[in-house]
Design a protein. Sequence first.
Length: 404
Amino acid sequence: MKPLRLFVMLSVLMCATQAAFAQTLPEAQVTFPEGVDVVTLPFEYAHGFMVITVDFEDVRPLRMILDTGAPVMLVADTSLTNRMNLDIWTQAQVGGTGDGPSQTVPIAQNVEATVGGLHIEKALMLVGLNVAPLAGLDGVIGGSLLEHVVTEIDWEKQEVRFHDPATYTYAGDGTVLPLTMGTNRHIYTEGAVQVEDGTLVPLTLHVDTGARQPLSLLPGTHVSLQRPATLLANTIVGWGSRGIARGDMGRVQQLQLGDYVLNDIVTSFREGAPEQEEHGSVGLDVFRQFHTILDYGNQRLILEPNTLFGTAFSFSTTGLYLEPWERGTDALTVVDVMAGSPAEEAGIQPGDVITAVNGQAVASLGMEQGEALMGKPAPNTQLTIQMKRGDEPMEATLHARELI
């Protein structure tokens, strides 16, 4: 049997060459509990993702990324999927973010799951895909659920509410943007950016809550879409099923979404063919600044500013790229070091293994604390890094500073 071709970008996306197939994928079904028209579920913010708990038979509750870029589910750990009694349909060739080779994995059909009382059935699932950013997490869930509910994301209460589309009405005063689904089963909206010359460029943007960059742009897709003059060139801009993806990092002066304008947005720039006719994507760090409502059925994205609106968009001040953090981690491997960064100036190299920072063992740091300390400490912060290069203990002193 010839494998299907699928595409993964930190989450699971359909390849543009298979758009016609993606459009005819069997749809999942979602059922609300009797007499209930809204289900509320807490979420956590981990690794830059929004993570919810999903229940499957015969396994523990799974921590899964809630991702608008994923038309099918994904569970990476085969020790879990082997206990689910899955109905394997075919093989899927998966490309995605990263510059390495694609993977081929099984895809299961007729998958059932429960999310806070909502029952999902007849869903598809990619099985056993090795995706580095999932370290410490179990998988991804997106369109199998989101296409069949109205999703309200409340960052102030850190909870997500799934409404029955048959009874939901919106009575707020937020800005309403179009939300369209492409033949690849991704969702898109309209926005505009001002890079640095004062020109406001209208764009079609992929709505991707599984993307950790606030904004990603494809300059080659629009004649007026240019890179800013100040860039970090050839650095890591993504990390997915095919490993590291490289491009340029900079800042866009403004992003306009309906009535609202965000300023000085950290943005990745990468060449490549678009999935549809989009010019880039908007990621979770943008949507965190809004009370967000995704209404697939009525083709609308509703944004209401929350208490995070106007929060500055931050970028690494150390230049360290570390392997994804897992609970219980006692050391972290340096995956890459940005050229000209404080980490490079301190003599840190890819492959070095960090065991402590300022005398504090990595194992004693919480995930959020550790990522903040080694990724985005305040400028002028001095870090003393204890590490090993091979079997040799080493120490490096790093002085954090703004890089873009």
